[in-house]
Design a binder for this molecule. Structure first.
Ligand code: FE2
Ligand code: FE2
Length: 272
Protein backbone atom coordinates (compact mmCIF):
# COMPACT_ATOMS: atom_id res chain seq x y z
CA UNK A 1 0.00 0.00 0.00
CA UNK A 2 1.35 3.43 -0.90
CA UNK A 3 1.29 6.14 1.72
CA UNK A 4 -0.74 8.88 0.03
CA UNK A 5 -0.94 12.60 0.84
CA UNK A 6 -4.24 12.20 2.71
CA UNK A 7 -2.75 9.40 4.84
CA UNK A 8 -0.01 11.87 5.77
CA UNK A 9 -2.64 14.47 6.69
CA UNK A 10 -4.50 12.00 8.91
CA UNK A 11 -1.24 10.87 10.54
CA UNK A 12 -0.50 14.48 11.54
CA UNK A 13 -4.08 15.11 12.70
CA UNK A 14 -4.10 12.00 14.89
CA UNK A 15 -0.75 12.72 16.56
CA UNK A 16 -1.28 14.33 19.97
CA UNK A 17 2.23 15.40 21.04
CA UNK A 18 2.81 18.88 19.56
CA UNK A 19 6.54 18.48 18.86
CA UNK A 20 5.95 15.07 17.26
CA UNK A 21 3.01 16.50 15.28
CA UNK A 22 5.08 19.37 13.90
CA UNK A 23 8.09 17.12 13.17
CA UNK A 24 5.88 14.73 11.22
CA UNK A 25 4.21 17.62 9.42
CA UNK A 26 7.57 19.07 8.33
CA UNK A 27 8.87 15.66 7.24
CA UNK A 28 5.77 14.98 5.12
CA UNK A 29 5.92 18.46 3.58
CA UNK A 30 9.53 17.81 2.57
CA UNK A 31 8.61 14.43 1.02
CA UNK A 32 5.79 16.07 -0.93
CA UNK A 33 8.11 18.80 -2.24
CA UNK A 34 10.86 16.30 -3.10
CA UNK A 35 8.42 14.12 -5.00
CA UNK A 36 7.01 17.13 -6.87
CA UNK A 37 10.52 18.30 -7.79
CA UNK A 38 11.34 14.83 -9.11
CA UNK A 39 8.06 14.80 -11.07
CA UNK A 40 6.79 11.70 -9.31
CA UNK A 41 3.96 13.18 -7.29
CA UNK A 42 2.68 11.35 -4.23
CA UNK A 43 -0.91 10.17 -4.89
CA UNK A 44 -3.63 12.14 -3.11
CA UNK A 45 -5.60 9.03 -2.16
CA UNK A 46 -8.38 9.12 0.40
CA UNK A 47 -8.30 8.87 4.18
CA UNK A 48 -10.89 9.82 6.75
CA UNK A 49 -9.81 12.80 8.87
CA UNK A 50 -10.89 12.71 12.54
CA UNK A 51 -13.72 15.02 13.70
CA UNK A 52 -11.23 16.66 16.03
CA UNK A 53 -7.44 16.53 15.82
CA UNK A 54 -5.55 14.76 18.62
CA UNK A 55 -4.08 17.06 21.24
CA UNK A 56 -1.98 16.63 24.37
CA UNK A 57 -3.54 16.43 27.87
CA UNK A 58 -2.19 19.91 28.58
CA UNK A 59 -3.02 22.74 27.98
CA UNK A 60 -6.32 22.59 29.74
CA UNK A 61 -8.91 23.91 27.27
CA UNK A 62 -11.28 26.52 28.67
CA UNK A 63 -14.10 28.66 27.42
CA UNK A 64 -12.41 31.91 26.29
CA UNK A 65 -14.31 33.82 29.00
CA UNK A 66 -12.58 31.66 31.63
CA UNK A 67 -9.03 32.07 30.28
CA UNK A 68 -7.38 34.46 32.76
CA UNK A 69 -6.33 37.81 31.31
CA UNK A 70 -2.80 38.93 32.06
CA UNK A 71 -1.33 42.36 31.53
CA UNK A 72 0.83 42.33 28.37
CA UNK A 73 3.25 44.82 29.96
CA UNK A 74 4.59 42.21 32.41
CA UNK A 75 6.89 39.20 31.77
CA UNK A 76 4.00 36.88 32.81
CA UNK A 77 1.72 38.69 30.39
CA UNK A 78 4.19 38.21 27.55
CA UNK A 79 4.49 34.50 28.37
CA UNK A 80 0.69 34.24 28.30
CA UNK A 81 0.63 35.97 24.90
CA UNK A 82 3.30 33.62 23.52
CA UNK A 83 1.31 30.68 24.88
CA UNK A 84 -1.83 31.88 23.13
CA UNK A 85 0.12 32.28 19.86
CA UNK A 86 1.57 28.76 20.18
CA UNK A 87 -1.97 27.44 20.61
CA UNK A 88 -3.11 29.25 17.45
CA UNK A 89 -0.13 27.94 15.45
CA UNK A 90 -0.74 24.35 16.55
CA UNK A 91 -4.38 24.64 15.55
CA UNK A 92 -3.30 26.07 12.20
CA UNK A 93 -1.07 23.03 11.54
CA UNK A 94 -4.14 20.83 11.92
CA UNK A 95 -6.40 23.16 9.93
CA UNK A 96 -4.12 23.06 6.89
CA UNK A 97 -3.76 19.26 6.92
CA UNK A 98 -7.51 18.98 7.48
CA UNK A 99 -8.35 20.95 4.32
CA UNK A 100 -6.08 18.55 2.39
CA UNK A 101 -7.90 15.46 3.70
CA UNK A 102 -11.45 16.76 4.15
CA UNK A 103 -12.67 17.44 0.60
CA UNK A 104 -11.61 14.53 -1.65
CA UNK A 105 -14.64 14.95 -3.96
CA UNK A 106 -13.51 18.38 -5.12
CA UNK A 107 -11.20 18.25 -8.06
CA UNK A 108 -8.41 20.80 -7.58
CA UNK A 109 -5.26 21.40 -9.61
CA UNK A 110 -2.19 19.99 -7.85
CA UNK A 111 -1.16 23.53 -6.86
CA UNK A 112 -3.95 23.52 -4.26
CA UNK A 113 -2.07 20.76 -2.42
CA UNK A 114 1.32 22.44 -2.91
CA UNK A 115 -0.08 25.54 -1.22
CA UNK A 116 -1.65 23.87 1.82
CA UNK A 117 1.28 21.53 2.36
CA UNK A 118 3.52 24.62 2.38
CA UNK A 119 1.17 26.43 4.77
CA UNK A 120 1.11 23.40 7.12
CA UNK A 121 4.91 23.30 7.04
CA UNK A 122 5.09 27.04 7.85
CA UNK A 123 2.68 26.66 10.79
CA UNK A 124 4.74 23.76 12.15
CA UNK A 125 7.83 25.96 12.06
CA UNK A 126 5.86 28.80 13.73
CA UNK A 127 4.71 26.54 16.56
CA UNK A 128 8.28 25.36 17.14
CA UNK A 129 9.65 28.93 17.15
CA UNK A 130 7.12 30.09 19.73
CA UNK A 131 7.43 26.91 21.82
CA UNK A 132 11.22 27.52 21.85
CA UNK A 133 10.58 31.09 23.10
CA UNK A 134 8.35 29.76 25.89
CA UNK A 135 10.95 27.17 26.91
CA UNK A 136 13.74 29.78 26.91
CA UNK A 137 11.63 31.71 29.45
CA UNK A 138 11.17 28.70 31.75
CA UNK A 139 7.65 27.94 30.55
CA UNK A 140 6.32 25.57 27.90
CA UNK A 141 3.30 24.96 25.71
CA UNK A 142 0.76 23.35 28.04
CA UNK A 143 1.80 25.35 31.13
CA UNK A 144 -1.24 27.66 30.89
CA UNK A 145 -4.88 27.11 29.95
CA UNK A 146 -5.89 27.77 26.34
CA UNK A 147 -8.91 28.61 24.22
CA UNK A 148 -11.30 25.66 23.77
CA UNK A 149 -13.15 26.88 20.68
CA UNK A 150 -10.32 26.81 18.17
CA UNK A 151 -11.69 23.92 16.11
CA UNK A 152 -15.24 25.34 15.87
CA UNK A 153 -14.74 26.98 12.49
CA UNK A 154 -13.45 23.69 11.09
CA UNK A 155 -16.45 21.75 12.41
CA UNK A 156 -18.92 24.30 11.09
CA UNK A 157 -17.42 24.22 7.60
CA UNK A 158 -16.66 20.50 7.36
CA UNK A 159 -19.14 20.12 4.48
CA UNK A 160 -18.42 23.39 2.72
CA UNK A 161 -15.05 24.03 1.13
CA UNK A 162 -15.95 27.59 0.14
CA UNK A 163 -17.09 28.33 3.69
CA UNK A 164 -13.83 26.85 4.99
CA UNK A 165 -11.72 29.05 2.70
CA UNK A 166 -13.78 32.14 3.51
CA UNK A 167 -13.58 31.71 7.28
CA UNK A 168 -10.18 30.14 7.97
CA UNK A 169 -7.61 31.84 5.74
CA UNK A 170 -9.65 34.86 4.60
CA UNK A 171 -11.10 35.89 8.00
CA UNK A 172 -9.08 34.26 10.79
CA UNK A 173 -5.61 34.27 9.23
CA UNK A 174 -6.24 37.75 7.78
CA UNK A 175 -6.98 38.86 11.34
CA UNK A 176 -3.50 37.64 12.23
CA UNK A 177 -2.09 40.14 9.73
CA UNK A 178 -4.00 42.92 11.52
CA UNK A 179 -2.77 42.12 15.03
CA UNK A 180 0.80 40.88 14.52
CA UNK A 181 2.48 44.33 14.09
CA UNK A 182 1.11 45.38 17.51
CA UNK A 183 2.52 42.22 19.09
CA UNK A 184 5.91 42.79 17.45
CA UNK A 185 5.92 46.34 18.88
CA UNK A 186 5.12 45.00 22.34
CA UNK A 187 8.06 42.56 22.34
CA UNK A 188 10.33 45.23 20.83
CA UNK A 189 9.48 47.50 23.69
CA UNK A 190 10.40 44.70 26.10
CA UNK A 191 13.72 44.31 24.20
CA UNK A 192 12.87 40.68 23.59
CA UNK A 193 14.74 40.02 20.36
CA UNK A 194 14.08 36.25 20.04
CA UNK A 195 10.32 36.83 20.27
CA UNK A 196 10.51 39.74 17.80
CA UNK A 197 12.47 37.56 15.35
CA UNK A 198 9.98 34.69 15.65
CA UNK A 199 7.00 37.01 15.14
CA UNK A 200 8.67 38.61 12.12
CA UNK A 201 8.98 35.17 10.49
CA UNK A 202 5.32 34.48 11.24
CA UNK A 203 4.21 37.89 9.93
CA UNK A 204 6.14 37.47 6.66
CA UNK A 205 4.82 33.96 6.00
CA UNK A 206 1.19 34.45 6.98
CA UNK A 207 0.54 36.77 4.02
CA UNK A 208 0.94 33.76 1.73
CA UNK A 209 -1.64 31.73 3.66
CA UNK A 210 -4.26 34.43 3.24
CA UNK A 211 -3.28 34.65 -0.42
CA UNK A 212 -3.73 30.88 -0.87
CA UNK A 213 -7.21 31.19 0.63
CA UNK A 214 -8.11 34.07 -1.65
CA UNK A 215 -6.66 32.33 -4.72
CA UNK A 216 -8.63 29.08 -4.25
CA UNK A 217 -11.78 30.89 -3.17
CA UNK A 218 -11.71 32.89 -6.40
CA UNK A 219 -10.91 29.74 -8.34
CA UNK A 220 -14.08 28.03 -7.05
CA UNK A 221 -16.17 31.16 -7.65
CA UNK A 222 -14.96 31.13 -11.25
CA UNK A 223 -15.72 27.44 -11.64
CA UNK A 224 -19.29 27.90 -10.36
CA UNK A 225 -19.87 31.26 -12.01
CA UNK A 226 -20.36 33.04 -8.66
CA UNK A 227 -19.70 36.68 -7.90
CA UNK A 228 -16.85 36.46 -5.31
CA UNK A 229 -17.71 39.48 -3.12
CA UNK A 230 -21.38 38.72 -2.23
CA UNK A 231 -20.55 35.01 -2.05
CA UNK A 232 -17.82 35.75 0.51
CA UNK A 233 -20.15 37.98 2.53
CA UNK A 234 -22.90 35.40 2.74
CA UNK A 235 -20.50 32.58 3.71
CA UNK A 236 -18.85 34.66 6.43
CA UNK A 237 -22.28 35.66 7.80
CA UNK A 238 -23.32 32.02 7.82
CA UNK A 239 -20.23 30.50 9.40
CA UNK A 240 -18.42 33.22 11.30
CA UNK A 241 -20.13 34.43 14.44
CA UNK A 242 -19.24 37.99 15.25
CA UNK A 243 -18.41 41.03 13.19
CA UNK A 244 -15.01 41.80 11.72
CA UNK A 245 -13.08 44.36 13.72
CA UNK A 246 -11.07 47.24 12.33
CA UNK A 247 -8.38 48.49 12.23
CA UNK A 248 -7.42 46.32 9.27
CA UNK A 249 -3.96 45.89 7.84
CA UNK A 250 -5.15 47.08 4.46
CA UNK A 251 -1.73 46.91 2.84
CA UNK A 252 -0.98 43.28 3.77
CA UNK A 253 -4.57 42.28 3.05
CA UNK A 254 -4.24 43.78 -0.42
CA UNK A 255 -0.95 41.95 -0.91
CA UNK A 256 -2.83 38.73 -0.07
CA UNK A 257 -5.59 39.45 -2.58
CA UNK A 258 -8.22 40.72 -0.15
CA UNK A 259 -9.79 43.90 -1.47
CA UNK A 260 -11.43 46.35 0.99
CA UNK A 261 -14.94 45.60 -0.32
CA UNK A 262 -14.49 42.04 0.95
CA UNK A 263 -14.12 42.94 4.60
CA UNK A 264 -15.44 46.46 5.26
CA UNK A 265 -19.11 45.50 4.68
CA UNK A 266 -18.76 42.84 7.41
CA UNK A 267 -17.87 45.37 10.10
CA UNK A 268 -20.71 45.77 12.53
CA UNK A 269 -22.31 49.15 12.14
CA UNK A 270 -22.41 50.89 15.49
CA UNK A 271 -25.20 53.36 16.08
CA UNK A 272 -24.04 56.98 15.88
FE1 FE2 B 1 1.34 30.68 11.56
FE1 FE2 C 1 -1.20 30.67 8.70
Amino acid sequence: MTFCLRDMAVAVLTTADPRVKTALSREFAQSWRDARAAERAIPLGTAQPPDMPSRPDKPELLDPRDVPLRKPGTPEGRIALLHAIAHIELNAVDLHWDIIARFPDIDFPIGFYDDWVQAADDESKHFNLIADCLEARGSHYGALPAHAGMWNSATQTEQDIMGRLAVVPMVLEARGLDVTPGMIALFKQAKDKPAVDALNVIYAEEVAHVAYGSKWFHFLCGRHDLDPTPTFHSLVRRYFHGALKPPFNEEKRAEAGLAPDFYWPLVERTKP
